[in-house]
Write a protein that binds this ligand. Structure first.
Ligand SMILES: CC(C)(COP(=O)(O)OP(=O)(O)OC[C@H]1O[C@@H](n2cnc3c(N)ncnc32)[C@H](O)[C@@H]1OP(=O)(O)O)[C@@H](O)C(=O)NCCC(=O)NCCS
Length: 248
């Protein structure tokens, strides 16, 4: 599935002003020459990880995404693409290694088919999730099994024709949140609820165990093209969001 991103082409030297959040849309479809160039930017451990993919297309997508992530981060932190170093949280969330940047630059990545989104910010911990709009035949079962009660109610309240879209809207919002926390799917999905799709792009999150924390979270739905749904979550002040297409 191609990445038909409608966002404007991003600048070569982006600047993060206070409380800004930049979202880059990256096409993972590249020719062999470009793939080779991007592969040359990866570290030993990233090359090992790439080699572990069974399918060639998964390997290519990982290499292109990591290569582009390095290029994008280097354009913010004045560092060469190959000297960027990552560190990883307990559940695998990548972060810039300590000492790589004086500013609090945070990022997160999500891939769906031939498209990746890379969120970069100085506003707080960030998480992003992207999904292609597609049929989800078992949406109700999945929601009843994993979602909070209010989210299941939202899903059951929409007509069948909107089931898949509503499920994926809720899903991207929930996944953006658990990725921002760094816990990923080890965070129980029924322990928090995101607000319903029809309430607009600004979304609220309600944390059942720690409701006072809820107000620190900002969730926004974004869409790089009409067949792609995405959401970004950030812990901190409500950020100024700018969306760009990554020049290939
Ligand atoms: C994070 C997670 C929700 C990603 O789900 P997904 O829909 O398959 O993948 P996405 O494309 O949206 O995101 C993948 C990217 O998220 C980032 N990521 C990985 N772990 C993450 C975490 N715990 N929190 C936030 N982001 C994470 C990485 O950049 C990854 O890209 P990469 O594979 O190219 O390195 C899921 O993998 C998860 O819950 N992982 C944590 C649990 C786990 O597997 N732990 C293993 C111990 S290290």
């Amino acid at each position: 599935m191609k990445a038909n991103c409608t966002w404007p082409r991003g600048p070569a030297c982006p600047e993060l002003t206070e409380n800004s959040l930049h979202i880059w849309c990256v096409s993972l479809e590249v020719d062999k020459t470009r793939l080779h160039r991007l592969k040359g930017l990866l570290s030993e451990d990233e090359l090992k990880r790439a080699d572990a993919y069974h399918f060639e297309r998964h390997r290519r997508r990982y290499i292109v995404c990591r290569g582009q992530l390095r290029k994008i981060l280097a354009s913010y932190i004045e560092c060469s693409t190959t000297s960027i170093e990552f560190q990883y949280g307990d559940q695998g969330k990548p972060d810039l290694a300590v000492g790589q940047t004086t500013a609090k630059t945070k990022f997160n990545v999500s891939k769906s088919e031939e498209l990746a989104l890379i969120a970069v910010t100085n506003a707080g911990e960030v998480g992003v999730d992207v999904e292609h709009l597609r049929p989800v035949p078992d949406a109700t079962n999945l929601a009843q099994r994993y979602f909070a009660v209010s989210e299941v109610e939202t899903l059951l309240s929409v007509p069948n024709s909107l089931h898949a879209r509503t499920f994926l809207e809720i899903w991207t919002r929930k996944e953006a949140f658990i990725k921002a926390t760094g816990q990923g799917l080890s965070y129980p999905l029924n322990q928090f609820a995101v607000s319903a799709a029809h309430t607009g792009p600004m979304v609220t999150v309600k944390l059942f165990q720690d409701s006072a924390q809820s107000e620190h979270w900002h969730l926004v739905s974004i869409s790089p093209s009409k067949d792609v749904l995405a959401a970004v979550a950030i812990c901190g002040t409500s950020p100024q969001i700018t969306c760009w297409r990554c020049p290939n």
